[in-house]
Write a protein that binds this ligand. Structure first.
Ligand code: FES
Length: 213
């Protein structure tokens, strides 16, 4: 967008103002002691990265899975970290799986080395063969809007309850402080401001609020 282009034109020493953070976050305390499945698509890796490292650094969670779908090798955010965790994450109770859409020598190389964790396809392909204890697992999702429906279907098929599925819907925000109305979803019986009431919602919220996902 315009803001990103503007930031790219800035020079060292220029001053930038940052406001926030606003809204809620993932309920990290509530999830302590449980398994976490982080499902990221594209830029959705950005908000989930802090969850990933918090879980690894604190060791307060059982097992952590990161299922990450990316367009191409070059598009992997925090690539060095992700590749490092792909190779060595097991020692930190963290399992990384990666799906890519565009073939490249780097992806093929990774797939050869980690055939059970890297594949050509989309993020839902990474659920294949995965089972988890639905009574002790939470799923956290962030990615492009089209991804949510398919990821949630995979989770519900495995009987994870809607209250254990958290989604972050940052894309809908503009002012971030409940003024512009850009992020309002729902009908008169259930209206939500994504910026103030979210951006993190459970799938239960989505079921009761029309247009949330
Ligand atoms: S983003 Fe403006 S009201 Fe929510």
């Amino acid at each position: 967008g315009r803001m990103t282009k503007f930031i790219h034109k800035m020079k060292e020493g220029d001053i930038i103002g940052i406001r926030g953070p606003y809204g809620n976050g993932f309920p990290m305390e509530k999830m302590e002691g449980s398994n976490l499945i982080l499902v990221a698509g594209g830029l959705g890796m950005a908000p989930l990265r802090s969850v990933l490292w918090y879980a690894i650094d604190t060791g307060k969670y059982e097992n952590v899975w990161l299922l990450y779908g990316t367009k191409a090798y070059e598009d992997i955010l925090f690539r060095d970290e992700i590749i490092h965790l792909l190779k060595h994450g097991d020692a930190m109770n963290c399992s990384v799986k990666l799906a890519y859409e565009v073939e490249s020598p780097s992806c093929i190389y990774l797939e050869r080395g980690f055939s059970d964790r890297v594949c050509k396809g989309v993020v839902t392909d990474l659920f294949r063969g995965e089972e988890f204890d639905v009574n002790n697992t939470y799923a956290l999702i962030c990615g492009p809007p089209v991804m949510y429906k398919f990821v949630i279907r995979e989770l519900l098929d495995r009987k994870l309850s809607p209250g254990r599925i958290y989604m972050t819907l940052e894309r809908r925000m503009r002012c971030g402080i409940g003024k512009c109305g850009h992020c309002i979803v729902g009908t008169s019986t259930s209206i939500k401001y994504v910026c103030k009431d979210g951006p993190v919602f459970t799938y239960w919220d989505a079921l009761s609020t029309r247009g949330l996902i």
